[in-house]
Write a protein that binds this ligand. Structure first.
Ligand code: SF4
Ligand code: ZN
Length: 737
């Protein structure tokens, strides 16, 4: 136990508390004492103060109390040659300093309301790189990851590395371990976040590199986030400081990396963190606090070389991470899932309406394939020029003693997030409407198409051990081969879709949930019934049932549909109950068969989006593969951007292509006969099914009554056509009551 550290921290405590007392006094001179303060959209007040003391700070006046409390915590100065264990006073000083930092940030936000963006991602182009405290929406979305284990914890990085390359190395290491990296403070004016940006990395909650703020006081947002997660998801009551700190010590694997000189202001923060059980590892020669006590192992470890700091931090904090080494030249893991490849970063792409990109998983016999074989048929990426597009067919064959054909769609749907896990590669869509964007950075690091095969082979083995024995991947870039695969895949999709064709929602008591898309759309829950396939088109009721068999704790859970609350709109008691929980309270209810009233939630990978056309008394739908304008005034991409975040948006709903001709399609709004417009490609694709379903509903040749872009792209333009054809929607009850 070092006397010096205690000295610095206690000094720091005095310094910070006094400073902030002065700032508050000044603020009270220029603002009314009743002026509202706070961290934005949150129900947790100033969360560290609130969680530990129960004090609710809402006005400037309210800030006096926690500061008085902090002052009271300050221990007597360390003097003479007293070698007693200093831990008690040290911890108190640390806590006093942290309370003061939180008050300081509240004053800053009052005085400079634009200092932070308060968003998930910073606005780098506008030079606003500090996001500040997370609001409750971000908390709900991200905090749960700390509870369910998808993020084991966080690395609080304060200061800056000696150079951008080093910062990048350290932070990428943490990303690979699925940790969040909470950044605060500067070292001689330099920050790790700016270094990340300099090194071409994307920062923000979406890549788990959170730029909280440029000063040490902004480190308080990391602790505030941890404590709010404990209150929101761990049931810890505000004011129960003992449970709060124990919860963090035992459940949140966090630690501090101090990069740069540790002065008194950092020392007091580090001491404060020991209360949470969060140790500090420094790259400088500061006095260590090695004996264990509050933290799992050591409290402060000095002189850690940069290339060891990640490993050492994980070790000191006692964190067990299952690092899966996948042999590709790029980093890989869930942290990269939300990363985008924007125009300026793009090297080449496939699919997305520009070329054909198709995915197919098929079962194979054991003797038929070689495990781990990855073959490229056609030119690889190395042969491409910047800005190119190319066709791609991803064909995966799986053999396994326990494997069944029914599992194929489930494995196929994994391709989406697994490719997204590769740093610098973005994947959208599924089946024959996939879209893969490859960044320049990925190419520079040596990415080739083979890496997609390596990832799929490794992850299918890891995640589906029980059913997978052999995986072989073939990547086609030869146009004729891609076309051949696509034709075959379409026949497979059709066969899969039709497996539920004769089933009805009344036939079954159990529906299935799908929450696979929550990583992008946190409140989104698909409920899949026989007559409402998942909106991505990749999961129908049968698939979800099989998925539940493979993985009983996975994203597809059985839902006892319970009492039918509304047979027309498709509302079920059991479903409502389930989605409340699965959306973490964001969604209370939704209807299966309506787009007008409380429709199902929509995520970004829907095959189609339907929208109301009030002037035509009907609805339109548009598929991902149509890039043009539509009569609702929005293109598919705009609709997906607005609607695809996981909300239930009355007047709009995401759905699969197949669902259009399923019997329950928007039945509560009049059913298929409401459909007045759709793009021609989609109409052609499902032409026969449209006519068959139309005839069932009493209208012959219905497909020909539906307008498309050759007729018009505004409601005015298509109206005469609908009138001429005698479209049934025109005589229905008004679509909005
Ligand atoms: Fe599952 Fe729905 Fe996402 Fe499809 S769109 S993967 S059904 S959550
Ligand atoms: Zn989705």
């Amino acid at each position: 136990m070092s006397r010096l550290v205690a000295f610095a921290a206690i000094q720091g405590g005095y310094k910070v508390v006094s400073q902030v007392e002065g700032e508050l006094e000044k603020a009270l001179e220029s603002y009314d004492a009743s002026t509202k303060i706070g961290f934005g959209n949150t129900a947790y007040f100033l969360p560290v103060i609130y969680s530990l003391t129960g004090m609710k700070c809402e006005t400037l006046e309210d800030l006096k109390k926690p500061l008085e409390f902090a002052r009271g915590l300050l221990p007597p100065h360390v003097k003479g040659h007293n070698h007693l264990p200093y831990l008690g006073p040290l911890l108190d000083a640390g806590m006093a300093g942290l309370f003061a930092y939180e008050v300081k940030e509240a004053i800053r936000i009052l005085q400079e309301p634009d200092f932070y963006t308060f968003t998930e991602d910073p606005d780098v182009d506008a030079g606003k790189i500090w996001v500040g405290p997370a609001d409750d929406t971000i908390l709900r979305k991200r905090g749960v990851e700390f509870v369910d284990g998808s993020a084991p914890g966080f690395a609080a990085v304060v200061g800056a590395a000696p150079d951008a390359e080093t910062a990048k190395m350290i932070i990428e290491d943490y990303q690979k371990k699925s940790l969040y990296i909470f950044c605060a403070a500067n070292h001689n004016g330099k920050t790790a976040v700016e270094q990340c940006l300099q090194a071409g990395m994307q920062v923000g909650w979406n890549t788990r590199i959170v730029p909280f703020g440029p000063d040490i006081s902004s480190a308080i947002f990391a602790l505030g986030f941890a404590n709010r997660a404990a209150m929101a998801f761990g049931g810890v009551e505000p004011g129960d400081y003992r449970r709060m700190l124990m919860y963090n010590k035992n459940r949140i694997f966090a630690f501090v990396n101090a990069l740069g000189d540790v002065g008194t202001e950092w020392a007091v923060a580090a001491a404060g963190c020991v209360n949470w059980g969060f140790p500090t590892l420094a790259d400088t020669d500061i006095p260590e606090i090695l004996p264990t006590g509050i933290c799992t192992y050591e409290h402060v470890v000095a002189n850690v070389p940069h290339d060891e700091i990640c490993q050492k931090s994980v070790e000191v904090r006692g964190l067990k991470i299952n690092v899966t080494e996948i042999d590709i030249p790029l980093a890989f893991g869930p942290a990269f899932e939300g990363e985008r490849v924007r125009g300026a970063d793009l090297f080449c792409q496939t699919g997305g309406g520009k070329t054909q990109c198709t995915e197919l998983v098929k079962m194979a016999d054991m003797g038929e394939i070689d495990d781990a074989k990855v073959e490229i048929v056609g030119p690889d990426i190395g042969d491409l020029k910047e800005g190119s597009t190319f066709p791609l067919g991803i064909y995966v064959q799986i053999a396994g003693r326990e494997f069944q054909e029914d599992f194929e769609p489930i494995m196929e749907r994994q391709i989406h997030h697994l490719i997204n896990y590769i740093q610098g590669i973005m994947h959208i869509g599924q089946r024959d409407i996939s879209w893969v964007r490859i960044s320049k950075a990925a190419i520079e690091k040596g990415f080739t198409l083979k890496d997609i095969g390596v990832v799929l082979h490794a992850k299918f083995h890891q995640d589906f051990q029980k059913i997978v024995d052999k995986v072989q991947v073939t990547l086609y870039t030869d146009q004729a081969e891609v076309d051949k695969l696509t034709k075959r895949a379409r026949a497979e999709y059709k066969r899969r879709d039709e497996r539920v064709d004769t089933m009805t929602d009344e036939d079954v008591e159990t529906f299935y949930s799908c929450t696979l898309c929550q990583s992008f759309a946190p409140s989104h829950v698909c409920t899949v019934s026989p007559e409402r396939t998942g909106l991505c088109g990749a999961y129908n009721w049968m698939d979800c049932k099989a998925s539940f068999e493979i993985n009983p704790t996975g994203p597809n859970q059985p839902i006892d549909k319970g009492k039918v609350l509304d047979p027309e709109l498709g509302r079920f008691e059991g479903v409502d109950e389930f989605i409340k929980g699965a959306s973490k309270g964001a969604i209370e209810t939704y209807n299966f068969y309506s787009m007008v009233n409380a429709p199902m939630t929509t995520c970004g990978c829907c095959e189609c989006i339907a929208a109301m056309l009030p002037a035509c008394n009907g609805v339109m739908t548009v598929g991902r593969d149509y890039a043009g304008e539509t009569p609702c005034g929005m293109k598919f991409t705009t609709l997906a951007g607005v609607m695809g975040g996981g909300a239930s948006s009355p007047g709009f709903v995401g759905h699969s292509k197949f669902n259009i001709t399923q019997k329950k399609f928007i039945l509560g709004d009049g059913g298929l006969l409401r459909l007045v417009w759709m793009p021609k490609v989609l109409k052609d694709e499902i032409y026969d099914r449209l006519n068959a379903r139309g005839a069932e509903m009493g209208v012959e040749n219905f497909a020909d009554m539906i307008a498309d872009e050759t007729v018009g792209i505004t409601e005015d333009e298509i109206m005469p056509f609908l009138q001429e054809k005698g479209h049934p929607a025109l005589n229905m009850d008004p679509i909005i009551a």
